[in-house]
Write a protein that binds this ligand. Structure first.
Ligand code: GAR
Length: 203
């Protein structure tokens, strides 16, 4: 499978994929000059920047996105810090083939600033979710989750660091499992192959 990764930030999850040996065929960023693009360059990956301001609306933006994905023969997409909602047309174009990483135990804390909001609510557990992307906002069928504790004395930075470490451990394993066909979206539900499915809990 040829995977594209959509980024927009520090690219720490892209880096985790690459250091784990997961093969990435294209990186697309919605921001210029971000660290994720440097990482793509360091690893000799094809990459491009699509800036929202260069397109009149979401449809035009996503048409350009799909054009790039098609040009590079991308069959599956992993979102990693790409903080834009895809249009229903884009999602329909890649059925069961787009996944997103989110820094909370969805359905808790969807949307932006999930870690900060969980921390300021004083939760003792939050975590990390990988889910298929649907038309809602962080609502798609959950593929894998791992819990992360907030420990006594944690500052927000400690909690954030622990959640990011959990992401870096979980996402590459899940992507490899999806690539091997160990789970798939069938009629809107995630079906797992029984053998060796511990990766869905981050083990
Ligand atoms: C990650 O923490 C990811 O969970 C979050 O963006 C960060 C990207 O970090 N995504 C979302 O909040 C999506 N709703 P990275 O650029 O270092 O990989």
């Amino acid at each position: 499978m040829r995977w594209g990764v959509l980024v927009g930030g520090t690219g720490s999850n892209l880096k985790a994929m690459l250091t784990s040996g997961f093969s990435v065929s294209l990186v697309i960023s919605h921001k210029a000059g971000v660290k994720a693009l440097e990482i793509a360059r360091d690893y000799g990956l094809e990459s491009c920047v699509l800036m929202p301001k260069d397109y009149p609306d979401r449809q035009a933006y996503d048409a350009a996105l799909v054009e790039q994905l098609s040009r590079f023969g991308i069959e599956r997409v992993a979102m990693a810090g790409f903080l834009r909602w895809l249009t229903p047309e884009t999602i329909a174009r890649y059925p069961g083939a787009i996944v997103n990483l989110h820094p909370s135990l969805l359905p808790a804390y969807p949307g932006l600033h999930a870690i900060e909001r969980a921390f300021s609510d004083g939760v003792l557990w939050s975590g990390v979710t990988v889910h298929f992307v649907d038309e809602g906002h962080d609502t798609g069928p959950i593929v894998a989750q791992v819990p992360v504790p907030r420990l006594v004395g944690d500052a927000l930075a400690d909690f954030e660091e622990r959640i990011h470490a959990a992401e870096h451990a979980l996402y590459p394993q899940v992507l490899k499992a999806l690539d091997r066909g160990q789970a798939a979206l069938i009629d809107g539900r995630v079906e797992y192959k029984k053998e060796n499915d511990q990766w869905m809990h981050g083990h």
